[in-house]
Design a protein around this ligand. Structure first.
Ligand code: PMV
Length: 337
């Protein structure tokens, strides 16, 4: 028996940063994102007589996994089994399995590879056990969340939220679709100023979030205002509101990061240069384009179709300034092949 799933990264409009329970990746606040149409990750799960986890680059070359990476895969599979146990599906996912991961995501460019990878694993598990248990999309998103919080959102196509919920049950935080892929065609042009490995990964970063004096206010602002505004902006396709709330949230997350102990500084001089250039271009040309940054110096430019020509020109100029460019748009979430 073998099952193959395909999945993609997402770009957060309202960022997930900080957990109320780190071990179970239960977030402190809601988040919201757009699932991208590329680059893809593919995972094949097959029956085996021992646990084997192998990872391959886009060109087919095997990538040797570090001890830390192998532990994360094992821990995630264990957590997935616990979660399945709570819904009466214990024993459906065997201890011995072969897992083959094929990623087309360039390493450490600021695209959320963990979101693509763990949503892909969750979808593969859902397919693998489907003759024994039928998982809902919500239950599948919980499996994804156990590998990486943001992965819960890549289960869905289009626009999706991760709802924080409350309490410490393993399934207390779930993914939910807000609107499908055909609802609003938004693009994401990714400008990558540096391909250096990021210093502190998001798993470690989430654990530091609560040390920032700005963190409690961030959770309050997201819960009371930004998440509902962002959902509203997506549903009404109100780009002006989207721009205001997404940029506010990204800058707020970076303020939390930079004021945590120890401080996490992900944005570089190059990030700030790109932000200055895009802000003055949009003012000059009245373009529907907004910026956002995750845990790295990479800038994501999100825009409507009408800005496509101008954005192609802008990213061409960035190429001359030695940035890498990656072009994507809204896409579908994790699926079975
Ligand atoms: O899912 P994680 O643990 O890799 O965290 C994602 C963190 C951000 O990318 C910075 C924000 C987000 O919501 O995607």
């Amino acid at each position: 028996m073998n099952t193959t799933a395909v999945s993609f990264p997402n770009i957060a409009f309202i960022k997930y940063w900080g957990n109320r329970n780190n071990a179970l990746r239960l977030p402190a606040a809601d988040s919201l994102s757009m699932t991208l149409d590329r680059p893809s990750v593919e995972i094949t799960l097959s029956d085996a007589d021992r646990l084997s986890i192998r990872s391959f680059e886009a060109d087919g070359k095997e990538k040797i996994l570090t001890e830390k990476q192998i532990s994360r895969w094992k821990e995630t599979l264990d957590l997935m089994r616990s979660s399945l146990g709570t819904i009466g599906a214990e024993g459906t996912l065997p201890e011995t399995l072969s897992l083959e991961i094929r990623s087309h995501i360039p390493p450490s460019v600021g695209l959320a590879s963990s979101a693509a990878v763990f949503s892909c694993l969750a979808r593969a598990v859902q397919g693998f056990i489907s003759d024994k248990t039928r998982l809902t999309e919500e239950q599948t998103s919980v499996l994804a969340r156990l590998g990486s919080g943001s992965a819960a959102r890549s289960i869905f196509d289009g626009y999706a939220a991760l709802l924080a919920g409350s309490g410490n049950d393993i399934d207390a935080a779930v993914g939910k679709q807000i609107a499908d892929e055909s609802h609003w065609t938004l693009y994401d042009f990714v400008i990558i100023p540096s391909t250096h490995e990021k210093k502190v990964g998001s798993t470690e970063g989430h654990a530091l979030a609560h040390t920032s004096p700005l963190f409690d206010q961030r959770v309050k602002d997201i819960t009371e205002r930004r998440q509902p505004q962002c959902i509203d902006a997506v549903l009404r396709k109100d780009f002006e509101l989207l721009q205001q709330v997404v940029e506010e949230d990204a800058l707020d997350m970076h303020a939390v990061m930079e004021s945590s102990t120890p401080p996490l500084k992900y944005l570089s001089e190059e990030t700030h240069r790109i932000l200055r250039e895009i802000t003055s271009l949009r003012e000059e040309r009245h373009l529907p384009v907004l910026y956002t940054m995750d845990a790295g110096p990479t800038v994501h430019l999100i825009f409507e179709e009408s800005a496509l020509g101008e954005m192609k020109q802008f990213t061409d100029i960035q190429k001359q300034k030695r940035c890498l460019i990656f072009e994507a748009k809204v896409g579908k979430g994790a699926y079975l092949k």
